[in-house]
Design a protein around this ligand. Structure first.
Ligand code: ADP
Ligand code: MG
Length: 830
């Protein structure tokens, strides 16, 4: 079948994948060989070394785990490799994904007899650039040469909104998959659907619930009856048994969506090779308790994406449910609960397992493909037409423009073109539209709602004789359109001081292109092995560079430069980001007059388990230290952050993934990711703590200053004090107090106090006594001795200037830390 648009949409899922095709106004989900709507994204290499994809492969997961892999989507964009032991074949995540795509492609061939070369492929909204790159490579490997990427929540919204009558509303797409969670706020307005904000977590999904069942229920239950040595997830010795339990946990979880309890019966060998039978009845209530922190985390993400757009839950018309776990009744209850959920009505009309593929197919209907036809030579007398039009859109009277290509430099003046919508009732004709001498034209069409409108093209010469053209028809469907594609996360480069220089800001409209310059820090020697100009690229929103995930490097190798490049040389870099979020960069070095192509490599570095362990330990201690301080505050901001850390069990999760990180790449990745979130939360806590402690300090200093002003101040000092006090109070009461400004104001208050104090000789006498108490830590005891004597002498001689000078010099002998401890005395005087 000849197609003008891609028409096929693929949900390339972590757990399951599905493919749909647009037929007029409907999407048909193409069933696989086994008559299922979706295919598990699992690859197995069997004993005869052939590759198996789908359910049969999934069944091998716990029986033959060295030759079977699942959830490789989570590793997309990393340098991970999966080793199929039997065949010795090592495959990268995108190669495995390509196998899943090939399997879907085979289903299309079987059901429709078509070769699939173009399809829209969806990716989670939280996918970072290297992951998008890898998805694109997977498509290429599978022979899908045209593969625009679409974010999953956008696809879901399109599936629901394609023919929606709603307008001027917001929707929330809640996509709880097997391994990723996405929340997206969509706006439907003037017939366009647009993402206005989204957030997500690449490491939150149904699989976490399965593992919680294994770790918190199954393993403890087994250990109560049997003595198994070091029986835990992460110990390679038990990996088979644990994998079996995980599969059992998943099956039980799915069954619990329809029944109150689920029976588990599994067998595996113990320490001595004796078979152990594990029998358990899992209840809904147990599942609900375990799922709670994950559901809560998802709700918090939803609240955050709404809050970022200043939207209350009442402004959202409905929540679109996507992903297998959204079938869990408790999850639905929790979500729609107005008290501790979101309280927004749920939309459940489309199957949450295939809704993404549906939307992808609808989007595919808007993606024009380069027809292979163009390269086929024209038949004599045939005219080529280049058409400019949108295959779908909200407008019932869309525009079409283009050019009829003149042959051998002829003029086309007097020629005309006409568009005919023959199936319309009554049939509709555009009327003859004259061509310019170069063959250009534009016209307004008329389309009917609710079907795919086919327009025939009639080309006439000067005499009104019909000419053949290619193409001779095209189609248009009235449907809710897609608004602009916005960048979900900011992208920038990490600077040496751990700040980020942002290049593309969250919310910018794709595609994007930016040119920037920077100066090299070190000399670069031509051809010297291992030398390069290398800049880390990060994706995220944190001010501190190392709180954002590293997604790759901009790099120019010394092997590629024509001559040596001295430090301080200007390098010009141009980065482009297309609508699928595929990134390209090239560089130019002026002094070499040399261009460098492809200077960006998107790759998520492999986390190192040992380094992770250290970092987790450090973070734990930092959290403890802050918690001690928090005990003395009732500040609601601080308590909120602390509550989030505790309710979401952030630390517990980092620690439990750390264990598995030794043997499991995905766990290491997840551990790193959760650790970053924990670090950011602790940063926030530190920041939030800063204000309450500054407030306490402000109150203290104000009290001290008031006493001093009353005792020693003039009228002018009194007035100054009142002004400062008022300013401080205003700052303290305001919600948006800036710590730096507050701190500056406190200093001003203190300076007033110190001015009055230091004007009094007796204060200096007291200060000398204070310094005496710190004598032991002074750096130069001999000089200290001398200065103290000088100070004492000055006191007896009433020589105030001499006393001041001695005090100042003594203060300098103290380590900085202690100078600070003497604190505001020092700061105010010296
Ligand atoms: P992905 O988008 O990651 O491919 P899916 O949307 O296919 O994920 O969801 C897969 C997850 O859904 C798995 O964790 C699976 O156990 C879970 N799941 C599937 N069906 C159900 C169900 N009826 N009840 C609860 N969980 C389910
Ligand atoms: Mg999914």
């Amino acid at each position: 079948m000849k197609r003008d648009t891609a028409d096929f949409g693929i949900d390339l899922g972590t757990t399951n994948s599905a493919i749909g095709v647009l037929r007029g106004m409907d999407v048909e989900i193409i069933k696989n060989n086994e008559d299922f709507d979706y295919t598990p994204s699992v690859v197995h290499i069997d004993k005869s070394k052939s590759m198996i994809v789908g359910r049969a492969a999934k069944e091998k997961l716990d029986k033959d785990e060295k030759n079977t892999y699942a959830e490789f989507k989570l590793q997309m964009g990393t340098d991970a490799e999966f080793n199929f032991e039997r065949s010795g074949r090592r495959m990268r995540p995108e190669e495995l994904s390509a196998e899943v795509l090939k399997s879907l492609k085979a289903d299309v061939k079987k059901r429709l007899g078509e070769d699939l070369h173009s399809a829209v492929i969806t990716v989670p909204a939280a996918f970072e650039l290297p992951q998008c790159e890898a998805t694109n490579r997977a498509a290429q490997l599978a022979g899908i040469t045209f593969s625009p990427l679409l974010q999953e929540p956008v696809a879901a919204a399109l599936a629901h909104g394609f023919q929606s009558e709603s307008d001027r509303v917001f929707w929330l797409v809640y996509d709880f998959g097997g391994g990723t969670f996405d929340a997206a706020v969509m706006q439907v307005r003037d017939g366009m659907i647009q993402v206005v904000n989204h957030g997500g977590d690449n490491h939150l999904g149904g699989k976490l619930i399965d593992w919680a069942i294994v770790k918190e229920i199954f393993i403890p239950a087994i250990l109560q009856e049997h003595r198994l040595t070091d029986f835990r997830h992460g110990n390679p010795r038990w990996s088979r048994a644990i994998a079996k339990l995980k599969q059992a946990a998943e099956e039980a979880k799915i069954r619990l969506s329809n029944s109150e309890s689920a029976e588990i019966l599994e067998e595996f060998p113990d320490d001595d090779g004796e078979l152990i039978e594990f029998e358990y009845t899992l209840r809904r209530s147990e599942l609900e308790k375990l799922a709670e922190p994950f559901i809560l985390r998802s709700i918090n993400i939803c609240r955050q994406v709404l809050a970022e757009r200043r939207l209350g839950t009442s402004s959202v018309e409905k929540v679109l449910l996507v992903g297998g776990p959204t079938k869990i009744p408790y999850l639905r209850e929790r979500l729609s609960d107005p008290r501790n959920g979101l309280g927004i009505p749920l939309e459940i009309t489309l199957d949450p397992m295939t809704v993404v593929a549906r939307g992808a197919a609808i989007f595919a209907g808007t993606q024009r493909i380069d027809n292979q036809e163009a390269s086929v030579p024209l038949v004599a007398g045939q005219y080529a037409i280049e058409l400019e039009y949108q295959p779908t859109g909200p407008d019932p009277e869309p525009l079409v423009g283009g050019q009829v290509m003149p042959q051998n430099g002829e003029s086309l003046s007097g020629y005309s073109i006409e568009f005919v919508n023959a199936e319309a009732r009554p049939p509709w004709r555009s009327g003859k539209v004259s061509l310019t001498p170069d063959g250009y034209f534009d016209a307004t069409l008329w389309a009917e709602k609710g079907r795919k409108n086919n327009f025939q093209i009639e080309l006439l010469d000067k005499t009104g004789r019909k000419l053949e053209s290619r193409p001779d028809n095209f189609s248009y469907t009235i449907a809710v359109g897609l608004g602009e594609t916005l960048l979900i996360q900011s992208i920038g480069v990490a600077k040496a001081n751990n700040e980020v220089q942002w290049y593309f800001e969250k919310g910018a409209t794709l595609p994007l292109r930016k040119r920037f310059e920077f100066k090299t820090v070190d000399d670069l020697h031509k051809g010297l092995q291992g030398e390069s100009i290398k800049i880390p690229v990060v994706e995220g929103e944190h001010k501190k560079a190392d709180r954002n995930p590293l997604i790759g490097y901009l790099e120019i190798l010394s092997a590629d430069i024509k001559r040596d490049v001295p430090a301080g040389t200007t390098v010009e870099i141009t980065i482009e980001l297309d609508k699928s979020r595929l990134v390209k960069a090239h560089a130019y070095i002026d002094i070499l007059d040399q261009e460098f192509e492809k200077v960006i490599e998107m790759k998520k570095p492999t986390p190192d388990a040992v380094v992770l362990q250290q970092e987790v330990e450090e973070e734990k201690q930092r959290l403890e230290r802050i918690k001690d301080k928090v005990a003395s505050t009732a500040d609601s901001k601080v308590l909120n952050v602390l509550e989030t850390i505790e309710n979401e069990k952030m630390l517990e999760e980092v620690e439990s993934t750390l264990d598995a990180a030794q043997v499991d790449r995905d766990a290491a990745d997840k551990c790193q990711n959760r650790l970053l979130s924990l670090k950011a939360a602790v940063d926030k806590l530190e920041e939030a703590m800063e204000i309450p402690s500054l407030v306490a300090e402000a109150n203290q200093i104000t009290d001290w200053t008031r006493q001093i002003v009353e005792q020693y101040g003039q009228q002018a000092d009194q007035r100054k004090f009142e002004i400062l006090e008022r300013e401080l109070n205003n700052m303290i009461q305001s919600n948006s107090t800036n710590p730096t400004e507050l701190s500056r104001k406190i200093d001003q208050m203190d300076a007033l106090r110190m001015k009055l104090l230091t004007a009094r000789p007796d204060w200096w006498v007291g200060f000398l006594a204070e310094l005496e108490e710190h004598r032991a830590s002074m750096t130069n005891p001999a000089l200290a001795e001398q200065l103290f004597s000088q100070g004492m002498r000055s006191v007896s001689n009433n020589d105030v200037e001499g006393l001041k000078s001695a005090c100042r010099q003594l203060l300098q002998l103290l380590p900085t830390q202690e100078q600070k401890q003497l604190g505001r005395y020092g700061a105010g005087v010296i």
